[in-house]
Design a protein around this ligand. Sequence first.
Ligand code: IMP
Length: 191
Amino acid sequence: MADAPRPSFNRHTDPFVELISAEAVAHRIAELGAQITADYERLGPDAGAEVVVVGVLKGSVIFMADLVRHIALPVTLDFIGAASYGDATKSSGVVQITQDLTRPIEGKHLLLVEDIVDTGHTVHYLLENLATRRPASIKLAALLHKPERQEREVTIDYLGFTIPNKFVVGYGLDVAQQWRNLPFIGHVADS
Ligand code: IMP
């Protein structure tokens, strides 16, 4: 079958510059999925049925959709919505759950999937909140980490890429809610 035509992003008028290619993202996600599969397989033959993969809306949806297709276990999926007050450059550290899980997670192995750990406030808050619901274990997968901006200590169990302190867009991440649909990760041209 002939390759379908690719959409033409990255035109000279587009407000971003490619930072991580779609191919590099796909390759890294396949590695993470294999690692996650191997780790959870160690829990025993029925482990997959007890694993809940929870995506943080909306930024994680594209990463999560690709990641779970590399986890060769019968996991279940759920989503949580979080908003953190502040603007793009300054987070207040106040996080609010805007949409909750649809099912309890008590006794389940929880894998939280986030697009980026920037200041770390969002995942720190979510991990603390989710821990009170008594899951059997909690792990964190994040596609991107900006260590220069981090204010909260967070352990990322499965990390895609460490990036410099630039505002990034694409592959789920937005600038003013746009460009989540870019197939690669770009940085905003003047950031
Ligand atoms: P936090 O600062 O780690 O709490 O990150 C909060 C949220 O801000 C992340 O989940 C992203 O949705 C968003 N965010 C942080 N850095 C960027 C970026 O460079 N581009 C797009 N969104 C970002």
